[in-house]
Design a protein around this ligand. Sequence first.
Ligand code: PMP
Length: 290
Amino acid sequence: MIYLNGKFMPIEEAYVPVLDRGFIFGDGVYEVIPVYSRKPFRLTEHLRRLQYSLDGIRLKNPHTDEQWRALLEQIISHNAADDQYLYLHITRGVAKRDHAFPINIPPTVFIMSNPLLIPPQELLLTGIPAITASDNRWGRCDIKAISLLPNVLLRQLAIDSGAMETVLLRDGFLTEGAASNIFIAKNNVLLTPPKSHLMLPGITYDVVLELAQAHAIPYEVREITEEELRTADEVLLTSSTKEVMPIVSLDGRSIGGGKPGPMFKQLNQFYQQYKAVTMRAGNSALLSAE
Ligand code: PMP
């Protein structure tokens, strides 16, 4: 069951007019929210980022947070899996084709849920290969925009070369992955680039930094050069659906001996613990170091 513009229906019955600005221009934003044991993870933070993305494209939020919560609860209960990922998609609505914003047009609001399949244990034990590419996206990668053509092309580069993610470099500095944020470890220090217009402010990125802080893992949020990336002891990716994953090669060259390292193991363990605790507590309280 999905939700489209005020109605719940099977996905096969859901249609959007061809003049929808999402279809015509990619004029919209989205969110992806993981649900564990039927409870959305970090929902407040995801709804805050949705508001940020809507503000970024100057589109009024069609719902209050309370309304979103109620809609999401219904979608979760209409779907069978205990672990799901929610996809929320809002476009600037249906109007005669014209770049300028239409006046008094209701937005299109779509929500669907799919079973959440977190990465298999085997991949966490072996790690995954990644490639690098030049980050040729626009200058507002902090907006979770539905126009994802560059991300699609960059991700396919990885698939074409048998890798699982494309790590992006802009002007000699690490930005993020085509669908993830990137951390490195060097001499037992966790490093990641600061939030800016050039990367998505990841919800998992925030969780990992909070966990580093709570567990006294030394970390620095600062620009990372290509050289630092390539000579890192470890490279990790984070995202809501992939959680924390170890990258063990870049462009066919091993990182840290080609095996997941201690920083990954520690952070993944803390992340799994944190998930279990927040799901039991039913809120997003942060695990303290104790
Ligand atoms: N960067 C990009 C480009 C992404 O598409 C994503 C999510 N798939 C992320 C980072 C990670 O964000 P989050 O942790 O909120 O899923």
